[in-house]
Structure formats: C-alpha cells, structure tokens
Design a protein around this ligand. Structure first.
Ligand SMILES: NC(=O)c1ccc[n+]([C@@H]2O[C@H](COP(=O)([O-])OP(=O)(O)OC[C@H]3O[C@@H](n4cnc5c(N)ncnc54)[C@H](O)[C@@H]3O)[C@@H](O)[C@H]2O)c1
Length: 319
C-alpha cells in the first residue's frame, strides 16, 4: 500500500496530487489545506476523474491520523503571492519565510501526534531553510527529511543544454548544486551529453556557460512572469523523489539533504530509498563529486548563505 500525504493544496499541491493520481504511483492520498473548501473541492474533482482512470485511489481530507502509516509526506504549503504578487520583492524566495515558518509549527505538531515515521519531501520555499525547520520541528532523523532542492534547477539546466543540441533533456546528465535559490550554481564539471563533457562541446560551439547558468537559475521567475506561480516542473520533481522512496530504488538525485560537513541542508546528489537519504549506510556508496576548486568554493558560499538564513530565522522566532 503506497500512502502519501500532501500538505498545502495550492497550485503545486494540486499538481502533485494530480500527477500521483494519473501516474499509478499511489493507493492512498491524504490531502491537507487550511482552505477546507478548496481541498474538499479538489478531492471531489479527483474522485470525479476516478471512473475514467485506470486505478482507484482512496482520498482523505484534513485527517492527520492518516499519516500514521504513510510512507511519504510532501510539503507544498505556503503563500505564493508573497513571492510573485504585485508588492513582492523581486526574485526573492525568502519573502515567504515568515509566513511558512509560522504555518509549519502547527503542522509539525500534527505530524508528530499522528505518529508519522516516513520521509518528508519539502517543496515549500525557501526550500532549504524550510527543510531544516521541518526536521527541527518534527524531530525526525535528518535522513528522513529532504527538499526537492535543485532537482528542479538541474532539470532546467538539462532543458537548456538539450535545446542547444537538439536532444532530449533526459540525455543530459549533471547537476545544479547548493541553494534552491539565487546562490545555486551549475557544476559544469558534472554535465555530460553525447558521451562527452559539455564544457568541451560548449567551447567548440562558442556557447557562453554563464549565460546558460543564469537562464537555469532564473528559470522559476521566467515561468512565474507568465502565470504568477510554477507548478508542473516541481510537481514532477517531487513525485520522482516520492517514487524513489516508495520503490526503494536507490536512485541518485540532487535533493536538499543534510550535509554533515557544512552543517546545513542544501542540494548535492544523494542516494534515495525507503529510509530516505541512504549515502554511507550499509552497502551504499557515499557520493563525492570531483568538483573543481571554483565549484567547491561556490558550494561553500551557498552553504554559508543558507546557514546564515537558518540562524536568522531561529533568532527571529525566539525574539
Ligand atoms: N522548491 C521549488 O522548486 C518550488 C517550486 C514552486 C513552488 N514552490 C513553493 O511551493 C509552495 C506552494 O506554492 P503554490 O504556488 O502552490 O502556493 P499557493 O499559495 O497556491 O498554495 C499554498 C497552499 O498552502 C496552504 N496552506 C498554508 N498554510 C497551511 C497550513 N498550515 N496547513 C495546510 N495548508 C496550508 C494554503 O491555503 C494554499 O492553498 C510555495 O512555498 C512556493 O514558493 C517551490
């Protein structure tokens, strides 16, 4: 029985739920939102789809006791208008921090009371900081809490590189690392396509790597400039991670995970399975990318930035 909870039924939560329903990836879906009318309406709408879908899915609404035996909980709560609304600061995911920090406090109380002991996947922004807060508030082991992080930014990079060469994004491998935010970077030393390092191809074709990197970094805001939110890209990322957990696939994905050396949640490829982040556990390799010195320094800067934001958020909440 694959049971998944989704907290927050806005643009992203509804897209995640829809993808799970049509991709045969779930048997039981527990939906939560403080906007009860909206979440009840979506649940009914999904049930109206059921007669024409290949699989049955059991749906519940705002019942935290359902989480007791759920394997995965996806956090998509937030208030996107704080980032994309007319009064929002430009391109700043931290504009949602104060709102979401308050929201998750009550949510985490309910998660704890439910006895949930699965894996939390955080989409809510600012993703790395909110992931750290979920871990702190629920007290779950660090390997059971992760964020979608730069899985989406890596997908954007794959799309951009692929479009330059006329190939499918899945034929491009490599990572954006660090914060799911402005301090992230593309680790070009990891990017390969057509069986070759992309840096070689880019040099031959006179492609400007920093322009491509900037396009990936700003990709979310480019989408949001057209519709005031983004949802399908990140929904695919969240469902892919959930599937890696449910199927215990040991897939390597760049997610926001606890980095012991840096003392922070940030994105770096990790092995994902039923227990969450598996790197270095029994029989599972630890990932150590051969980054260039420049990339190592960018990763350290991104870690420092996130760490300061987490510390700032903790001292603000104590005040
Ligand atoms: N990490 C990523 O790559 C990525 C990509 C896109 C969006 N996001 C983030 O995902 C979040 C959701 O985006 P969206 O466009 O769906 O926003 P939205 O404003 O449409 O939806 C958020 C939903 O959360 C609900 N909510 C708020 N507090 C809650 C609580 N305590 N319990 C249950 N539900 C609660 C709201 O009622 C609302 O329906 C935002 O934080 C956004 O920034 C992250």
């Amino acid at each position: 029985m694959r049971k998944i909870g989704i907290i927050g039924d806005g643009n992203v939560g509804a897209a995640v739920a829809h993808q799970l329903l049509i991709s045969h990836d779930v048997d039981d879906l527990a939906l939560f939102d403080i906007n009860e009318a909206k979440v009840k309406a979506d649940a009914l709408d999904f049930e109206d789809a059921m007669a024409n879908l290949p699989d049955h899915v059991n749906i519940t609404v705002n019942d935290y006791s359902q989480l007791k035996d759920a394997q995965v909980l996806i956090s998509t709560l937030g208030k996107i208008s704080l980032i994309t609304g007319p009064d929002a600061p430009k391109n700043d995911r931290f504009a949602e921090l104060r709102y979401s920090r308050k929201a998750i406090r009550g949510v985490c109380e309910n998660i704890k009371k439910s006895g949930f002991n699965g894996v939390i996947i955080v989409v809510s922004n600012p993703c790395d900081v909110i992931t750290a807060l979920y871990q702190a508030e629920t007290g779950l082991p660090k390997q059971q809490v992760m964020g979608t992080g730069t899985l989406l930014d890596s997908a954007r990079m794959q799309r951009i590189v692929a479009s330059k060469l006329g190939v499918d994004p899945r034929s491009v491998s490599g990572y954006n690392l660090g914060e799911h935010g402005n301090s992230q970077f593309t680790a070009w030393s990891t990017v390969r396509v057509l069986g070759r390092p992309f840096t070689q191809i880019a040099a031959e074709k006179h492609l400007d790597l920093s322009e491509l990197e900037d396009e990936a970094r700003k990709g979310g805001f480019t989408v949001a400039s057209g519709k005031h939110y983004t949802n399908y890209g990140v929904a695919a990322a969240a469902v892919r991670i959930a599937d890696a957990v449910e199927s215990d696939s040991h897939q390597v994905l760049p997610v926001s995970n606890w980095r012991e050396d840096e003392g922070v949640y940030m994105s770096y490829p990790a092995v994902i399975g039923r227990a969450g982040i598996l790197d270095g556990t029994d029989g599972v390799a630890r990932i150590d990318l051969p980054l260039t010195d420049e990339e190592k320094s960018k990763l350290a800067q991104s870690a420092k930035f996130i760490k300061e934001k987490v510390a700032g958020s903790e001292s603000e909440s104590e005040a």
